[in-house]
Design a protein around this ligand. Structure first.
Ligand SMILES: Nc1ncnc2c1ncn2[C@@H]1O[C@H](COP(=O)(O)OP(=O)(O)OP(=O)(O)O)[C@@H](O)[C@H]1O
Length: 306
C-alpha cells in the first residue's frame, strides 16, 4: 500500500507538491494524472527516497522507503527507462542488479521471458528501441517480486503494440494483488488501464476517485427527442426535472434518468424517438478539472472532486 500524507515539497521558491494526501490500495492499477509540472514525478521521487519531503510523509507499506532493508523486494520502480548503461547487455544489466540485491539469477531469465526480451538478452542496451528499454526497465522493477510498483510515464513514446502490452501486463500484475501507481498525463491511456485515478494540478489534489465515478459525475443529462417535445417538456418539468433545448435539437433533461423519462412519456402516450444519457468523455472531464492548473495555459478549474 502507498500512502502520501500532507506531503509538501519545495524547490527554493517553487512549490512542486502542496499538502498532497492520497492512498493507493492493492489489487488494481491506480492512475496518477496531472498536466506537466503537476508534481507527479516529484511525489514519486519522494516515495522512492530520492528526494526529501519539505513536510509530510510518503510511505510504502507504512514505512518510508529509506527505512527498508531490502527495498527491491518491496518496491519496484521505473522512473526513466533511458537511465541504463548502453554498453551492457540486457542480461548483464539484470544479472548485476540481481546479484547486488541477493536475487537468484534464474529470476533474470524468467523475467526476460515475461517482458519479451529473451531473444535479445545478449544484445547491448545501447541498440535498444525505447519500447525495449521500457520492457527492460519493467523487468528490473519486477526483479525482487515486489508488492508495490511505481511507474512514471511508462507508455511515453511507445507504439500501440507496446502500449497494449504494458496495459495488459500492469493489469495482470494488479490482479496478482500488487499495488500499482502509474503516472501519465494522458487520460485516454488511464481510461483503459486504471480503475482508480488520483488527479493532481500544481502540486495539489484535484480528484481521488474511480474512473467510473468520474464518468458518472460528469454526466451531461439525458438527451430526448420526440415529435411532441413541448408537451413532453411540460410532463418532465412537472415531475421535477429541469429541461432545456439541446443545441443539437431535442431536449436536455437533468434530474431524471433515461428510464424514468421513458416511463413518464409512455404513461402520457407521448412518442419518444431517442433517449440517450450523455456523458462527457473522460478526456473532456479531465481537461475541465485541470484547466486552471496547466503550467502554460489559461482557464478555470472545476470544483474539486473528492
Ligand atoms: N529539482 C528541481 N528543482 C527545481 N524545481 C523542480 C525540480 N523538480 C521539479 N521541479 C518543479 O516542480 C514542479 C513539479 O514537477 P514534476 O516534475 O514533479 O511534475 P510532473 O507532474 O512530473 O510533470 P511532467 O508531466 O512534466 O513530468 C514543476 O514546476 C517543476 O519545474
Amino acid at each position: 500500500m502507498i500512502e502520501v500524507r500532507e506531503l509538501t515539497k519545495r524547490y527554493g521558491d517553487a512549490l512542486a507538491v502542496d499538502r498532497l494526501s492520497f492512498r493507493v490500495e492493492p489489487g488494481h492499477v491506480t492512475g496518477f494524472l496531472g498536466p506537466n509540472g503537476a508534481g507527479k514525478s516529484t511525489t514519486m521521487r519522494v516515495l522512492l527516497g530520492l528526494d526529501v519531503p519539505t513536510a509530510g510523509q510518503a510511505l510504502i507499506n507504512g514505512r518510508p522507503y529509506t527505512s527498508m532493508r531490502r527495498p527491491l523486494h518491496e518496491v519496484g520502480a521505473l522512473l526513466d527507462a533511458g537511465a541504463v548503461h548502453g554498453g551492457r547487455t540486457a542480461l548483464d544489466h539484470l544479472r548485476w542488479l540481481a546479484r547486488s540485491n541477493g536475487i537468484d539469477r534464474r529470476r533474470v531469465t524468467e523475467l526476460l521471458e515475461r517482458v519479451g526480451l529473451a531473444g535479445v538478452a545478449r544484445k547491448r542496451i545501447g541498440g535498444f528501441s525505447l519500447g525495449m528499454r521500457q520492457r527492460l526497465g519493467i523487468a528490473a522493477a519486477l526483479l525482487g517480486d515486489p508488492g508495490v510498483l511505481l511507474l512514471d510515464e511508462p507508455v511515453n513514446g511507445l507504439d500501440p503494440d507496446g502500449v497494449r502490452w504494458i496495459r495488459e501486463l500492469l493489469r495482470s500484475l494488479a490482479a496478482e494483488g500488487r499495488t500499482i501507481l502509474l503516472s501519465s498525463h494522458l487520460m485516454s491511456e488511464m481510461e483503459l488501464t486504471a480503475e482508480r485515478i488520483v488527479i493532481v494540478g500544481r502540486g495539489r489534489l484535484i480528484a481521488d476517485t474511480t474512473v467510473r465515478e468520474l464518468a458518472a459525475r460528469y454526466q451531461r443529462g439525458v438527451l430526448v427527442r420526440s415529435s411532441r417535445e413541448a408537451e413532453l417538456a411540460g410532463v418532465l418539468t412537472a415531475a421535477g426535472a429541469s429541461v432545456t433545448a439541446a443545441p443539437e435539437g431535442g431536449l436536455t433533461v437533468s434530474g431524471l434518468d433515461a428510464v424514468a423519462i421513458g416511463e413518464l412519456a409512455a404513461g402520457h402516450g407521448i412518442p419518444v424517438h431517442e433517449v440517450r444519457t450523455r456523458t462527457a468523455s473522460l478526456e473532456e472531464t479531465y481537461m475541465e478539472l485541470t484547466a486552471g492548473d496547466v503550467e502554460y495555459g489559461a482557464g478555470r478549474r472545476a470544483e474539486a472532486v473528492r
